[in-house]
Design a protein around this ligand. Structure first.
Ligand SMILES: Nc1ncnc2c1ncn2[C@@H]1O[C@H](COP(=O)(O)OP(=O)(O)OP(=O)(O)O)[C@@H](O)[C@H]1O
Ligand SMILES: [Mg+2]
Ligand SMILES: [Mg+2]
Length: 595
């Protein structure tokens, strides 16, 4: 057992919140007692400096897994899939988008100084009582409705007992016997990234959703110290439990990804997996396809193999990789005549093996019991139907809209727009599109058709690439939607060339604040089109200088080389005056039509 710095870290806590349901006088006494015990806090709190940022860990993990698949892991997987059936059920814990904690009025901010958002109840001070914060129910209900669950009229809170330093009360309050939502489902399509063997569509049932408290955050300081930050204690969570109906690692990852997208679309959560707002436990079992059904059963699903559970996965890739590793481990155990033990296992980013955390003997008996301090939760049907009517558009509906006639996008462009930057990219895209549409309000339908696709190309690829190159996170304010739309408009109206548009985009991205029209005029970038004769003269001089290339195009039909000539014309022509499309037309005429 590591030595705990529990009391010292706790002593640095500043209790900003009022104690709940206990007298002011009592609360004030405890508060003063805590302050008196404060010991040189800043000096004592060591910050971890050896922790590698998650993004970096994920990048390294991706590199490693690439080289692993090059080493032939893929082949083994196919062989394993033929003989053995994998079964997976997932438990997802998601932090709700709520200002208050589940049972106290302490704020839920995740960026605050450690131990600054803590009420006495969160620390299980004697005499403090839970006070259910009804507002936390709204994001939970939006999530349940979006996941097609039946919201229960009555649900209750239970205590799940275990002793660990991240849980000051010695129990977690959860909804074990009577959860607030049951019998939901999620639909996964091929475009969600499900495994090819799952075809175009699978439906995964959701057994239930329950409300529960989060635990404190432990900061490990090897070799023997743990610091505890109680800000996260009692942050409201929902646990979403799927039925054991997933049969491939890719589909499991797609399921978690889609649940996250739905939770984000309904503002049920504020952050996703990368920022720790969502964690997944995966339960894995295997069974031989040609053997009699196994003895395992889970709520009506029979014939399952023995499951193990891998806790606390914090990326979609980790979900997929941990399942692959655990499936392969179980197959190896069974093929060598062993049995799969009931176990809780762990997974580290970049690893190739799951590791045992505790076996059945080590499993905790949670001694569930109804919480005597909390009323049952009664949820009114009227509230559920109001929320249902006002539910935001869900990812599948958004995709359908983006590939539909109004925006006309390909699925390849629509998917990242929906998924990137927690919806901020899509919002920006729609703003750009709206301005463009307004600028073209007098065009006929046919002319308007390309607007959606052009805007997507600039938002996703051109502007996206600038962010990537500058290694900065997406920021919608960097180029206001109105400005980008005006720039695209100049391009569509052929007042500038596409290389000028890209050049201007970089200028604005780097801070040029001039309105687009003014910038184009002052920098002399507006297109003064060449006449046909000028294009022909330019093209002819290039054709004469490069007879071999011309011969290759004419004789070997190497049409791709026309692109090279186009590039040369754009470069050699007066700055910003040569339009690529027009140049290609002329080149094709001069080079090809002679034959
Ligand atoms: N044999 C099996 N193979 C694969 N998955 C299974 C199997 N049996 C059950 N599961 C999955 O395991 C999960 C069990 O979650 P549940 O919350 O009901 O229990 P738990 O894991 O014991 O509880 P907790 O981890 O919350 O303390 C479900 O997602 C279910 O689909
Ligand atoms: Mg569970
Ligand atoms: Mg579990």
């Amino acid at each position: 057992m590591p030595r705990l710095w529990y009391s010292r870290y706790l002593a640095s806590a500043r209790l900003r919140c009022r104690p709940l349901l206990i007298s002011e006088q009592y609360g004030a006494r405890i508060y003063q007692h805590l302050l008196r015990r404060t010991i040189n806090t800043e000096a004592n709190v060591q910050r971890p400096n050896d922790i590698v940022p998650l993004r970096k860990q994920l990048k390294e993990e991706a590199k490693r897994s690439k080289s692993q698949s090059r080493n032939g892991r893929g082949k083994k997987q196919v062989a394993a899939n033929n003989e053995w059936e994998l079964t997976v059920g997932i438990e997802i814990h998601a932090q709700l988008n709520s200002e208050a904690k589940l049972f106290s009025r302490a704020p839920t901010s995740t960026v605050a100084e450690p131990n600054s958002n803590v009420a006495l109840f969160d620390l299980a001070f004697p005499g403090s009582q839970p006070e259910f914060q009804a507002a936390t129910l709204l994001p939970a209900l939006r999530a349940a409705i979006a996941l097609n669950c039946e919201v229960q009229h009555t649900s209750r809170f239970d205590r799940k007992h275990y002793f660990y330093q991240d849980q000051p009360a010695g129990y977690q309050i959860t909804q074990y016997y009577e959860p607030f939502a049951r019998n939901g489902f999620i639909k996964l399509y091929d475009y969600d990234g499900i495994a090819p063997e799952d075809g175009k569509f699978v439906r995964i049932d959701i057994k239930q959703m329950q409300l529960e408290q989060d635990t404190a955050k432990s900061h490990e300081h090897p070799p023997s110290a743990h610091f505890l930050d109680f800000n996260r204690v009692s942050h409201p969570l929902i646990e979403i439990i799927t039925m054991p109906q997933i049969h491939s690692p890719a589909t499991a990852a797609a399921c978690v990804r889609k649940i996250q997208a739905i939770l984000q679309a309904t503002s049920a959560v504020t952050t996703g997996m990368e920022l720790g707002g969502l964690r997944a436990d995966v339960n894995v079992s295997v069974r031989r396809r040609d053997a009699p059904p196994g003895a395992g059963e889970y709520y009506g699903v029979r014939g399952l193999g023995q499951r193990t559970e891998i806790k606390n996965l914090s990326s979609f890739k980790a979900v997929e990789d941990a399942i692959i590793a655990e499936r392969d481990r179980q197959i190896r155990v069974l093929e060598s005549g062993g049995t799969v033990e009931v176990e809780t296992r762990g997974w580290s980013i970049g690893s190739t093996e799951t590791r045992k955390l505790r076996s059945k003997e080590g499993e905790v008996d949670y001694r569930y019991m109804p919480d005597p301090d909390l009323h049952p939760l009664f949820i009114d049907d009227g509230l559920v139907s109001t929320l249902k009517e006002n539910l935001p558009t869900l990812p599948d509906q958004l995709l359908a809209m983006l590939v539909g006639p109004m925006y006309g996008l390909s699925l390849e462009d629509a998917k990242p727009l929906v998924e990137l930057d927690d919806g901020a990219r899509l919002e920006y895209y729609q703003d750009v599109f709206d301005v463009l549409q307004a600028l073209h309000s007098d065009d006929r339908d046919a002319a308007k058709k390309g607007l959606g696709r052009t805007a997507a190309n600039w938002v996703l690829h051109e502007l996206g690439a600038l962010h990537t190159k500058a290694e900065v996170a997406w920021h919608a304010d960097r180029i206001p939607a109105q400005t980008l739309a005006e720039l695209i408009d100049q391009l569509i109206r052929k007042k500038i060339t596409s290389s000028v548009a890209k050049q201007v985009l970089v200028m604005v991205f780097e801070g040029d604040q001039r309105p687009i029209q003014q910038l184009l005029e002052e920098e002399n970038l507006l297109l003064r089109p060449l006449c046909r004769e000028e294009y022909i003269a330019l093209a002819n001089s290039l054709i004469e200088e490069n007879p071999q290339m011309v011969a290759q195009i004419r004789e070997k039909n190497q049409l791709g080389k026309i692109g090279w000539f186009v590039g040369q014309m754009v470069r050699q022509g007066e700055k910003g005056r040569v339009e690529a499309q027009r140049a290609e037309e002329i080149l094709r005429e001069l080079i090809l039509k002679r034959n």
